[in-house]
Every structure is written in C-alpha cells, then in structure tokens.
Design a protein. Structure first.
Length: 548
C-alpha cells in the first residue's frame, strides 16, 4: 500500500465490492493459507541446491557464508497436490513458510484440517471479483542512449540525485552494474514502451517479471506507481532523469492490488521475495506498507509493528537472512492519526527510508518511529518531496512520498555494493547507518540521516577483531604487518586487498602458526585508499588501508 494514491478511485471500487459481498449469496469460496507439518518426501535436497536455486542465488549465499536450510527447499509436491485436488485455485506457494495460498470452499477447508500432514488452515478473507480495467499488452518503442563520458545531464532529477551525491558516485564508475534488484510494486504499466527505460530493455537488464496478484508474467497492464518508482531508481534520459542504478539488472514483480487492500498482498510480497531470492537478487526495493485493510478484522495495531508479528515483516527478515538487502519506504502517515511506520518497515533488518524536502528537512507526511519495541526508525532518509519522476505516458512530473525516497537509497545501495563487493549485507547496512549524517543523534523522523557514500567506501567495522595492523598509512613499496588474536592462532586467515572499484589486488593465506604476519606491497600498486579484508573461520574484519 502507498497512501495518498488512487484513494478516490479506490473508495468507489470498494463500495461496489462490499455491495457485492453483502447481496450476492453465491460468494461461497474463500482464501486460506495452508501450512504443512514438514517437508518429508521432498524430491529436492540441500546437498544439490542447483536444482532449485539459480547459480547467482547460490553464489550470494556462498560469498556471505550463509548455510542452506530446510526452508530453502520447495514445498513437498505430494502435499501440494493434495491441496490442488480440492482447491478452486492455488494463488501461490511459499517454501519459506512451507505453505500454499489457495481458494477453497469452506467444507473443503474443514476436510483439509483433518489430514495428518496439514499444520494449519488459516482463513484470510472471502474471494472478491476483479474489476474490468484497461489492459496494455506491452510494446517496445522509443530509445535513449547512455552517454559514455563522465558528464551526464541529470536535468531536474539532479536535485534528488545531488542529496545522495549520486553524480559523484557515477563519476567514480559505480552505476549498479552487476547487481540484481527486485522491484516490488503495483505493476509497471507501459514500462516497456517508455523512452527513459529503453536502455534497460535494449541491454537485457529486465531479466524477469511476474504478477503475483493475477498469476501471470505480464506486469505491464497496470500500475502507474511502479513506473514512477522504477524511473527514480533506474530511469535514464539525458536532460530529464538519471537514476542511481541505471546499469543494474531488474526483476519487476507485482504484489500490490490497487483494487483491494488486504492481507493477501502480504502473501504476494512473501512469494515475490522468494522469487527474488531464487533468481539471485541482491536487493529488494519495496515502496509498500500495510497496517489498515478493507476487511477490518485484518487491521494491525501499533503494537504489531514490533518487527516480528506481521507476515510481510517476517518475509522481509527471511529475505535478509538469505543475504539480500531489503530497502522499504517508511510510509506516508506522518500527519495522519496512525503516524507510525508500517509493515515491513518495522523489520529490524529492513533498511527503512523516510522522506526529506530538497533542503534536507523532514516532511510531515513521512511516517515516524519508533517501532513498538522501541527501535529507531526510519533508518535513513532521502528526498521524498517534489521528486522528479517519469510517468506511464512518457511524461515527467514532481510528486511526493516516501515511495520515491526508497528507490533513491536502493539505487545507492546497489552502487555501494558494486564498489564494496567484499561486504556482507549485514556489514553494508551497518556501514550505511554508522556513517550517515545523524549517526551521533538518530531520531524517529530522520533515523540515522542521509547516507554518505564516501564514508561508506572507506568504512571498516571494529566489531570483530582478527588482527591489529601497522603501519597505516604504509609507504610503498613496503610491508604491512598484522598481529593476530590468540584465539585464532589455530586457524588459517585469508587476507585480501581490494581497491575502491572492488578489484582484488592481493590475496594471501596466513599460516595458523604465525602470530605476526606481513603482506608485501610492491611499487606497482598505486597510492590511494584500499580495503583489507581478513577472513577467519569464525570472524571477519574489514580495515581501511592507506598506501602512500
């Protein structure tokens, strides 16, 4: 949900829906989420992840030391077939939550509860009719070329880009290249026909699409909001708009139903996050949030914004546990009765983004923290007032919302992960918060403040200590020495030196017998700032090293 959008249209549509529900006695089927007791008899095994995960998904886990678990396995097919045999339809499947979203008659739901392998049959809501709306079949027209030189004309988008120093990031060569971003929204109406996205389609950067609301691959027949969000993140048209991650690759996933605000959308989000994980996405950008629904019994209270109650927040936390970074808008309820951030923005691991105006000041509509359990939210802030966006009809306009602050930060995250590929998702999120503009005095409007890409590029965590290092700076040619912690003497340590483009300069294994070791640096290495990564069996340390 993105408040302040489509409210007039929605109110008329829902009136029709509820009249239908009140007077049509033929509405017999309902949506349920059915969970299974286990994954016994599964045809897949965690010893062979290549059979159910992409190579990129496996690489992401391997790089961050993330072990495969039973929840990574697909749902047992025999269990799924038993539900399919009685369901009117199956809307989606969740391997993480080991369940299936299905449309069932009430009598069939009761019968399923009796089966030994069924854990729960949770009633969600009645089935409602889908309205007839204008459909777009998709086309590819228009084109725009990406300038090869260092000079780029950001046009009016320079204001939002400038707040995060995106032009400087681009000048250093970081444009999100090599990163895969999943954008979860209400669809991407006409996106393949828009000139500011032509670079994505012409260069094969849209690598997957799926509409979880309607269970089809076409995401281009509705959803103006998703178009504008994607334009802020990755649009490219000289003199008009340039997004921070215009050279990243994308999964376009529809999870938001404009015509019904319900908990179903949380399950769609869950399944989209699983899709993103399996495809190998690095980042999820989600300008969505939930607390109030069209079925009042589904409504959340502020106490539910505790980072562990809602379906969607648990999905976001699981996505983070798989090695992705989840960037989510804070919400637009700051000047409403609710006021607070919404789910999944309450997640402890979710990078929640609030909105500022062009002067860097908090804007009143941006939802505030804390979470119900007292944590600081939002985490970061970016421009969300009068943001320059592209529209579904190839026009441009200015609009408001944390929905548009979110993709700015998601794009910056892609660029920074391109620059610092040795960092885990947890380390990069930590770096973003600990180097932001208000780290010394975070609050519940600004969070930790505006991210600072230059500080992130040279950030080193002192939380895990493997070795002390000297001298630093070090003259080249020369040696840098490391004094190791006694507890690690029994294990070898891998030392890797990266430049700020992410290129590995030196790789050396330090013997388990050494308490003091050295790395020789030749005169061929250029002076500047480098990142030394030390990896032990139970710890990891990142150190900024200056060569002079």
């Amino acid at each position: 949900m993105f408040r302040k959008y489509l409210l007039t249209v929605r109110s008329k549509v829902f009136l029709c829906f509820f009249l239908f529900l009140s007077f049509n006695s033929l509405a017999q089927s309902h949506y349920y989420f059915i969970t299974f007791t286990d994954k016994a008899g599964n045809e897949f095994s965690i010893e062979h992840p290549e059979k159910f995960l992409s190579s990129k998904a496996i690489e992401r886990r391997t790089a961050q030391g993330i072990q495969l678990q039973e929840e990574d396995l697909p749902v047992t097919s025999d269990y799924l077939d038993s539900v399919r045999a009685v369901a009117v339809s199956v809307k989606g499947i969740s391997k993480w939550f080991n369940g299936v979203l299905a449309e069932l008659a009430e009598t069939d739901a009761e019968e399923l509860k009796k089966k030994q392998f069924i854990k729960t049959v949770k009633y969600l809501q009645p089935v409602t009719p889908e309205p007839d709306i204008l459909k777009f079949d998709g086309a590819t027209i228009g084109s725009t070329s990406i300038q090869s030189g260092a000079v780029r004309d950001y046009g009016p988008s320079v204001v939002q880009a400038g707040m995060l120093k995106v032009p400087e990031v681009h000048d250093l060569g970081y444009t999100g290249a090599g990163k895969l971003i999943a954008v979860l929204d209400n669809g991407f109406f006409n996106a393949s026909a828009l000139s500011f996205f032509s670079h994505l389609y012409q260069n094969g950067k849209i690598v997957g699409t799926y509409d979880f609301v309607e269970s089809e691959e076409n995401v281009y027949d509705e959803g103006a909001h998703g178009v504008s969000v994607l334009s802020v993140l990755a649009g490219y048209e000289e003199g008009k708009i340039i997004g921070p991650a215009y050279e990243a690759s994308f999964l376009l996933l529809r999870t938001e139903d404009d015509f019904l605000e319900s908990v179903l959308e949380e399950y769609y989000w869950l399944m989209a996050a699983e899709y993103a994980d399996s495809a190998g996405a690095d980042i999820i950008s989600s300008s969505l949030g939930y607390h109030t629904f069209d079925f009042p019994e589904q409504n959340y209270t502020y106490a539910d914004m505790d980072g562990k109650t809602t379906i969607i927040t648990n999905a976001a936390e699981t996505a983070f546990a798989k090695g992705m970074i989840v960037v989510n808008s804070a919400g637009n309820d700051g000047d409403n009765t609710w006021r607070y951030i919404t789910a999944p923005a309450d997640g402890p691991s979710v990078l929640t983004v609030g909105a500022l105006n062009s002067d860097g000041a908090y804007v009143s509509f941006s939802s505030v923290g804390p979470t119900a359990d007292g944590r600081v939210k939002p985490d970061l802030t970016a421009m969300g007032a009068r943001v320059y966006v592209g529209n579904y009809d190839n026009s441009f306009s200015q609009t408001n919302g944390t929905s548009f602050a979110c993709p700015m930060v998601a794009g910056l995250v892609a660029c920074l992960w391109q620059a610092r590929p040795e960092l885990t998702n947890r380390e990069l999120v930590e770096a973003l918060k600990k180097t932001a503009s208000k780290v010394s005095n975070p609050d519940h409007q600004y969070g930790f403040g505006i991210p600072d890409f230059r500080k992130v590029l040279t950030y080193s965590s002192a939380d895990t200590l493997i070795a002390g290092l000297y001298p630093n700076p070090v003259a080249i040619p020369g040696e840098v020495k490391m004094v190791f912690d006694r507890d690690l003497l029994l294990y070898p340590v891998q030392a890797e030196l990266f430049d700020l483009t992410g290129k590995k300069i030196v790789s050396q294994t330090i013997s388990a017998a050494e308490k003091v070791a050295s790395i020789s640096l030749s005169g061929d290495i250029q002076k500047g700032i480098y990142i030394l990564v030390l990896r032990g069996p139970h710890a990891r340390q990142v150190i900024k090293l200056i060569l002079q």
